[in-house]
Design a binder for this molecule. Sequence first.
Ligand code: IMP
Ligand code: MG
Length: 331
Amino acid sequence: MTVTVLVGGFFGDEGKGKIVSYLAQKDKPVIIVRGGAGPNAGHTIRDENKTYKVRMLPCGFLNPDARVMIGPGVVVNPAVLLQEIKEFGAEGRALVDERCGIIEDSHISRDSELKSKIGSTGSGTGPANADRAMRTLKMARDIKSLSLLLADVPGEINAAISAGKDVLVEGTQGTFLSLWHGTYPFVTSKDVTASGICADVGLGPTKVDEVMIVFKAYVTRVGEGKLGGELSAKEAEGRGWSEVGTVTGRPRRAAEFDFELARRAVMLNGATQISITKLDVLFPECAKKTKYTELSTQARRFIKDIEDRLATPVTIIGTGPAIRDIIDRRS
Ligand code: IMP
Ligand code: MG
């Protein structure tokens, strides 16, 4: 029985979606439960020839045998969620906690101010969390269109754990977007480190076995806020590091892998394992490799350097966009 919490180590967009999809299919957890802020998160998953863009539904939906759930700490946009459940065929196995907060149109329009101030995604997540603190936010149990999806998510996941089943907890955003630990005020509207994600889903700290932190092989950031060692747009383009945001379509700013930030992220999350994504972007000769021994000397040196300097094993390595482009060193 293993309870794994997966979190982002930098500023979001580390490629968590792909890693969650892989673990959901490989480890076959019975529940994949999502914590984090709300539909400000965007995950892109590529499975064979299909690309999925997900904002509300847990990325583990690609395992058809798992139930996917959203914990009470998350704010939900019902229209986005219902659309994704339908589009991705998760009917009958997607559940929402009755205490999830609800984003309404007014939150989205109020977010436009934050958009220009701190580069918010404009999804209404921050204003909804503000209303929640003011005790005026509606909850999922007040919303008719969600009535068939309602559940006691903490009850469900803790019952599964008591029955000896595996549960995967999916974080969103990244450590330095945390309202507590990030680059305030250029942060999201709540804590998104492992402890916060556990609180979001109703999981006590003694129940967690593994904390997997995901780092991209380089750092990207959308919106405002400090990015140490930021490259010019031209330089990022030249290295093949230019990306656009899943939710906003804005260009992502880029920098080299930051060991100092990464070390702090490992500390803040209590990480027990590291996952490195997009290794093939740094080392094209490693594209689509599935065995560690097939990696180039340079790439292996990079991974070894991370393990030594962060004193944490690198167990999963992404070598391409598809879910099967992965090296799993856990066994
Ligand atoms: P908000 O959470 O929409 O208010 O945005 C606050 C800041 O966090 C902005 O810089 C966003 O671009 C960033 N942000 C929020 N969620 C994500 C995410 O899932 N990935 C990357 N950046 C995010
Ligand atoms: Mg994203």
